[in-house]
Design a binder for this molecule. Sequence first.
Ligand SMILES: [Zn+2]
Length: 274
Amino acid sequence: MRVFISADIEGISGVVDGSQTSEQGFDYGRARRLMTGEVNAAVEGALAAGATEVVVNDSHGSMRNILIEELHPEAKLITGGPKPLTMMEGIDGGFDAAFFVGYHARAGTRGVLNHTISGKVVAGISLNGRTYGECGVNAALAGRFGVPVVLVTGDSMTAAEAQSVLPGVRTVAVKEQRARLAARCLQPEKARHLIRAAAAEAVRVAVPNGEVKPMVVGTPAVFEIRFHNTGMADMAELVPGARRVDDLTLSFGHDDLIVAFRALRAMIYLAGVI
Ligand SMILES: [Zn+2]
């Protein structure tokens, strides 16, 4: 049993603010330690339930957040970026399940630190007509390789979003939003206890019973991306094959989800130039 973990930081208990999520922030060091702790809890749960290999992909910002010297000794870490599949780098058809740890709600919903991929340029993303956050987009990438996402942790809005996208998924809500930059948080030990238990239960029960199906999107895979201003959309339109839907929105479709995803990322990078 091989388990892939994509780990973000905005959905970790105690993390509510840019001073914790940015490398320049004064509280970043504590946040990355809290992130490493919740990732370890997920690793411990998976191993206790019989996982034989756990690969962790650091998925936030520079993608060099997790403290490798404090990581569970049995886990392997993909660190650094940019990397081709970004938050899903390292996924392949040999994994039996994926976990999303420390995830956050999509742009435009009221979850803690909500955004989708890039808060700076992206107002919203849809795939084949349905709006998704990072949870949905990354679950689709896992599904492309036949891998089900069986556990998602983050705030309560993220848990609800995951359940609507992935029927049967196990979720752990480690905090509840009071405002975009404020939350009522579980103490980290409590959050880790719940994550450990849910990870074990997911591996022991949900995976062998096939309770969560790999997310499958139709063909072609068509991303629509809405930007914050028209200058960003102008830049994104430089991607060959991108289609201007309206002043702020572009679309890109391809039979292979991975190709469409690459175009999505290229549009976001270009939009970020201005
Ligand atoms: Zn992040």
